[in-house]
Design a protein around this ligand. Sequence first.
Ligand code: G3H
Length: 547
Amino acid sequence: MPSLDPAALSARLEAAFPAPERIPPEFRVDAKSYERMYLIGGELREWKGPVHEISSPICLRRNGALSRTVLGHVPQMDEAAALAGLDAAEMAWDHGRGKWPTMSVSERIDAVEHFVARMIEVRDEVVKLLMWEIGKSLDDSRKEFDRTVEYIRRTIEALKDCDRTNSRFSLDGGTIAQVRRAPLGVCLSMGPFNYPLNETYTTLIPALIMGNTVVVKPPKFGALLHQPLLEAFCESFPPGAVNFIYGQGSQIVGPIMQSGRIDVLAFIGSSRVADVLKHQHPRPHRMRCILGLDAKNPALVMPDADLDLAVAECLAGALSFNGQRCTALKILFVHESVAEGFLEKFSAAVGNLPIGMPWEKDVKLTPLPEFDKVKSMRAYLDDALAKGAKVVNPGGGTFCETLFFPAVPYPVSPAAELFSKEQFGPIVPVCPYRDEREFLDFVANSNYGQQVSLFGRDSRKMAELIDPLANQVCRINLNCQCQRGPDTLPFTGRKDSAEATLSVSDALRCFSIRSLVAAQAREESREMIRQIVAERRSSFLHTDFIL
Ligand code: G3H
C-alpha cells in the first residue's frame, strides 16, 4: 500500500495532476468547433450571444501552479432564446397534430435507429468529454456511453413488443375497442451531472420515441458532451421534435415552467429544485412528473456477514465514481461485534484505491467536478468529528484542489449531518448498531426511500427485514451494493427519492397515456374499422405487426 501519511498523501494528490504536455495525445480535447452550436426547430444554429465557460475538474500544472482547465463554452441563453426552444417543441407537437406525434410507431423506430447509428460514430469524442467535464474514469465513461446505446436498443425492442400487444381489438359487452399508448405533449428533460449522458437519454429517448416533442436542458457539468450529438439529432428527427437549450437553470427554466406549456417534466436532480419547478407551473395537475431525486441508501452489515464480501460491495457501492451516484451507499450500519474487523478491512481497501486522472489505467479516485465540493466534504467531516467521530482510515479527508481522498468517519452520531443528509461524495459514514431495529428506525425516519443493502447469512433474519423494508424503500439488495441496473428492472423511490418508475419498459409507460378507439359492435362500425385498417388510413388504428 502506498504511504497514507497525510503529508505524503497530500504530495501524491498534488502530483496526480499533470502538466499539459503529459496528457496522452489521444485524450486531449478540442471543443472549439461546436461550442457555440445549439439545436432549435430542426436547425443547427450558431449562438452569437454571451457564453458560459465550461471548466474541467482536471487541474493542470502551469508554471508550478494548479488550476482548472477551460474546456470550452456553451451558449448562455436568455429567457427569450430558451422560450424559442419551447416554441419549436410546441410547434412540432401542434396539439398532437404534428408530423412527429402522428407518425407511425415503426417510422419513429426508424428515426431512433438512424440516430443511434450516428451516435456510435462520435463515441470517442463523447467519452473524452465525459472524462474531462465530470472526471469520470475512461472505463466508466465508456460504460456510460455503451449502456446508453444498449438502453436505446432495448427501448426500441420494448416499444415493438408493446405495439404488437396493442395491435389487436377487444370485444366486450358489445363494445369493440383498440387501446394504444399515445404521447403526452411537450416534455422538458433535464439530466444530472453524474450521468449526464445516460440519465438524460433514459428520459429523452423514451419521451421521443413515444411521440412527444422534447426540450433538453443539459446539466451545468456535462453540457459540452451533448454537442457532438446535435448533428445526429438534427438529421434523424423532424424539426422541433428535439431541441437543446443552455443557460442558467434559474434564468431559463423558470420562464419555461411558468408558461404552463410543459406537459411532462423529466428531471433527475435534487428534490428541492424539483419542488421549485413543480410550483412554477400554473396548473401542475396538467404536468406529469418523472423525477429521480435524492437518496441516502444505507447498508446493514450483520454479525454473520461474509466480511470480505461486505467490504468489497460496500467499497464499490460507496465509492464508485467517488460516491457521486444517487444509488451510492451513503451510510453503513455495522454490528458492534464485527465493527472493528470490518473497519480494518474497509480502511485497507480504501487505502488501495488508485488515485489519478480519468484516463489512467484502473484509476478509481478522480477529480470532483462541482465547485467547492472539497470544501463541503470537509465541512461534513468536521461536523461529524465535532460530534464524536474519528476518521478511521489513514489519510482520510486529505485533499488537493479537486481531489479528495475518501474519509471513513466512525462512530457517526445521529446528531451529525452525515447521519441524515446526502453527502454525494467520497465520505463513508459508519455507525455501530446492536439491534436491527435501529436500522429499521433509521430507514423509517429517513427523508429518502430508494434502496438498502443487507449483508448476512441467516435467511430467517433476512426475511424478517425484507418485509418491513419493502414498504419503506423500492429495492432491497441482498449481499450486494445498491444500484440501478440492469435497466430492465424498475428504478424508483419513495418520499424525497423519486416520482414515477423508470426501466426500459416502464419509461415507455411514463411518457405516454392509454388512449383508445371504441365503437358499438354494429355492422356499420365494424365495416368502418375494417376499411380504416385495410386501407391503412390511420397511424393509431391499425393491426400491423412490427417484426
Ligand atoms: O445516480 C444514479 C444512477 O441512476 C445510478 O445508476 O446504480 O447504475 O450507478 P447506477
